[in-house]
Design a protein. Structure first.
Lengths: 438, 326
């Protein structure tokens, strides 16, 4: 009797587990299928996607894709994991690859291509990417000359946060050139204001905001070729170009006239750094597009006339057009079944990107998305630069470098550069020494 | 409420069914062991009772230890042998040198202060009125995790620029006494010692409680006899009390050494290992889980293991000696 009860319990547990795995899809009554006439109806087919994106973002993605699923009959099952980077290689090597994966690092994409399991992008995807994305974006989805993965979502790092209210109060104008920005900083310093906020503290990842600053400067001064060479270590950190870019960062974020206590930047957390923006304790902060959420935590309104907003970090060299540092995911296929290729084509289309950006908090570098579709003003601003066909896009370099440098020596040494006044010469020497030999 | 139930009922059912399965397995094993008789009874019982512990020990300790040892001679992805390269890196890298120096400082300073302060408090609080109140208060930090304690001390060590109000406790005390506060976490080598204070603060309560129990266990007749012989104060403590609680004192010291070797959360939370405050355990974590270098991380783990071993051996030995004395 007792055992029977237990068996029943186990059975019930198994059932409820199955029940929780089944996602319910609700077809809304009036679906407009016009945008999807190009896709064949493939009822009953399922496409699986594996990603590092988690809830609640997954639900939003599903909402954005619901019309496509209703009209074509293809069911898209997304599985998110915070262990994505570790699990994907295991699954692919174990013959258990998902149909699609959103890979956030070009380095991991290259590793996956090495396994021979990644499928080349189908024609429709190639056409979409050629039409909607800039060349540098396409290059990050390309491995050894072959194009595999279309860009998916993006984030934008070349922004400067400021307070429109404080700027209005002081009669400041948003600078559009580097010279304007430095002149403005001098004006602020003259008035006794702190022109730039700074903070690179981030627990075990302390130093990453400083790597962003150097990335901004390398891309701005020298463009894609030097930037990509720097990522591959064909241009070393000790190269005069990189050293010069670091000196320019030192003249900006280590300028005591503009930032006040330079060393304090190393012990200030990046979250705290911008807290003073709404009330003018410090006036400008170079940070990524997501930073609005952090400032908004303090109750500040984020809008072009509110307590805080962002402007584009100006270019420094006229030869490098619209330099933008950022990141993003790439839709990688491990199967060439027609329904998988249909989903791939759909995800690289402007239709998908538009329906996604309408739901807030998402940026696409797809130039086919009308800017008016963006709900969030910061996302809209970011997209203006990301989807500009003239933009020189640099993928976050520290994410592309080997982890021993990009998540190790570079963080540590840049922190010592800010916090302990370590010389640029010593910093670059130590980072070059940490670069893996093979 | 219904939401809570619908989310949690599957969780609870799987937990309870797992526990149920465990008991079923046990019942089956016991049934087998109970049926066996004659010559085979003893070996079968031995296997049944030892096997689970042995399997867990093997899977949870011995195999990982061997793998770590092997990984320490391999490349970051653990798919090619590199000989002693990872150990060579440890002797050459200037960062590792500072890590070793800091780790040794932690081993030397932290246990001595934790045990000495614990002993001092135990003696001072012994037999005073309402002894349990100050003791509970002093023991309380023990209940805070190192990360929590570090966050508290982040506020203590907070530094504001001159001219602004010093909101950090340490800075405002220094300010009040007429000194000039500085950015404490950047001032080396002081910063390492400031981090040690966090550890001592949370752990000295533990030393106090253990040592206080040992002091109370010193037989009253011995204390009385020595008092009759004229021993009091310092002499009583030196010649009677301390020798009798020495074993306990060593246990507190050894716990402190092992704890100081493992310290990771404090350094990670306070400085992230920057500004020359890094220690072995934190670097090991960074190498394996941030920089994905299993080779270097494993080599650091082996060094950590080698450093802990003699202390554990000494600890076990002194415990055994004590047992054979009594």
């Amino acid at each position: 009797m007792k055992r029977k009860g237990l068996v029943a319990l186990v059975g019930a547990a198994a059932l409820s587990l199955v029940a929780s795995l089944v996602t319910t899809t609700s077809a809304s009554a009036a679906v407009n299928c016009d945008p999807y006439t190009g896709y064949k109806a493939m009822k009953g087919k399922t496409v699986t996607i594996f990603t590092s994106i988690l809830e609640p973002e997954l639900t939003t993605l599903n909402t954005a894709m619901s019309d496509f699923q209703a009209c074509t009959g293809i069911k898209i099952k997304i599985e998110g994991s915070n262990q994505f980077e570790a699990l994907l290689p295991v699954r692919v090597k174990g013959g258990n690859a998902p149909d699609l994966a959103w890979i956030p690092q070009p380095g991991l994409l290259a590793k996956m291509v090495e396994t021979g399991k990644v499928v080349l992008a189908p024609k429709a995807v190639v056409a979409n990417v050629d039409k909607y994305w800039s060349k540098s974006w396409k290059a990050y989805g390309t491995v050894k000359g072959k194009f595999y993965a279309a860009p998916f979502g993006s984030n934008m790092k070349s922004l400067v946060w400021y307070s429109p209210k404080q700027f209005a109060k002081n009669g400041y104008k948003v600078p559009t050139t580097w010279a304007d920005m430095t002149a403005l900083a001098d004006t602020m310093a003259g008035k006794g204001q702190t022109a730039f906020c700074g903070g690179i503290g981030s627990g075990g990842a302390t130093g990453w905001p400083a790597t962003d600053w150097v990335e901004q400067m390398v891309l701005r001064e020298y463009g894609s070729d030097v930037y990509n060479g720097w990522v591959n270590h064909t241009v070393k950190f000790s190269d005069p170009k990189i050293v010069a870019a670091m000196q320019k960062v030192a003249g900006w974020m280590q300028n005591p006239k503009w930032v006040g206590n330079v060393k304090g930047i190393a012990t200030t957390s990046f979250q705290d750094a911008g807290k003073g923006i709404p009330d003018g304790k410090c006036m400008m902060l170079q940070q990524a597009s997501f930073y609005g959420n952090i400032i908004a935590e303090g109750g500040a309104t984020i809008s072009p006339t509110g307590d805080a907003f962002a402007f584009y970090l100006p270019a420094t060299n006229s030869k490098v057009t619209v330099p933008v540092v950022g990141g993003g995911e790439f839709t990688t296929a491990f199967s060439s079944r027609p329904e998988v290729q249909a989903v791939q084509a759909y995800l690289s289309s402007a239709t998908f990107a538009t329906s996604r950006v309408q739901l807030d908090n998402w940026i696409s570098a797809n130039s086919g998305v009308p800017l008016a579709a963006y709900k969030n003003p910061v996302d809209k601003l970011s997209a203006t630069y990301l989807s500009n066909p003239k933009s020189t896009f640099g993928f976050d370099a520290s994410d592309l470098m080997p982890a021993a440098v990009g998540a190790g020596a570079e963080w540590k040494e840049f922190t010592a550069w800010f916090g302990e006044g370590k010389s640029i010469a010593d910093v670059v020497k130590a980072i070059d020494a940490a670069w893996p030999k093979s | 409420m219904s939401d809570f139930l619908s989310v949690n009922i599957p969780k609870f059912t799987s937990v309870f069914s797992a526990i149920g399965m465990f008991f079923i397995v046990l019942a089956v094993l016991f049934a087998i062991a109970g049926r066996a008789n004659g010559k085979k009874a003893r070996p079968i019982a031995l296997v049944i009772f030892l096997a689970p512990a042995l399997i867990l020990l093997l899977a949870g300790l011995i195999i990982p230890a061997i793998r770590t040892f092997l990984f320490s001679f391999m490349n970051p992805d653990s798919n090619a042998w590199v000989g002693f390269d990872n150990y060579k890196w440890m002797t050459e890298d200037p960062n590792v040198k500072s890590i070793m120096v800091n780790t040794i400082l932690w081993i030397l300073v932290v246990p001595i202060f934790t045990a000495a302060l614990g002993l001092l408090l135990a003696i001072m609080l012994d037999r005073i009125k309402h002894e349990s109140i100050p003791k509970s208060l002093l023991f309380m930090p023990m209940a805070i995790s190192f990360v929590g304690a570090s966050i508290i001390f982040k506020f203590v060590y907070e530094y504001s620029e001159p001219g602004e109000a010093q909101i950090g406790l340490l800075s405002s005390i220094v300010d009040f006494l007429g000194g000039t506060p500085k950015d404490w976490m950047l001032s080396k080598p002081l910063n390492t010692f400031l981090l040690m204070i966090i550890y001592v603060w949370t752990q000295m309560g533990f030393g106090m409680v253990i040592l206080s129990a040992a002091i109370k266990a010193v037989p009253a007749d011995i204390v009385e006899a020595s008092a009759l012989d004229g021993a009091s104060g310092w002499r009583l403590f030196r010649n009677i009390t301390f020798p009798m609680i020495k074993g306990t004192f060593i246990v507190v010291l050894a716990t402190g050494v092992v704890g100081a070797l493992k310290v990771f959360d404090i350094v990670r939370t306070m400085t992230g290992g920057n500004f020359s405050t890094n220690v072995l355990a934190n670097e090991m974590y960074s190498q394996v889980f941030v920089q994905f270098d299993q080779g270097k991380g494993s080599a650091l783990a082996i060094v950590l293991f080698l450093l802990v071993t003699p202390i554990l051996i000494y600890n076990i030995r002194s415990l055994r000696m004590e047992r054979s004395h009594s």
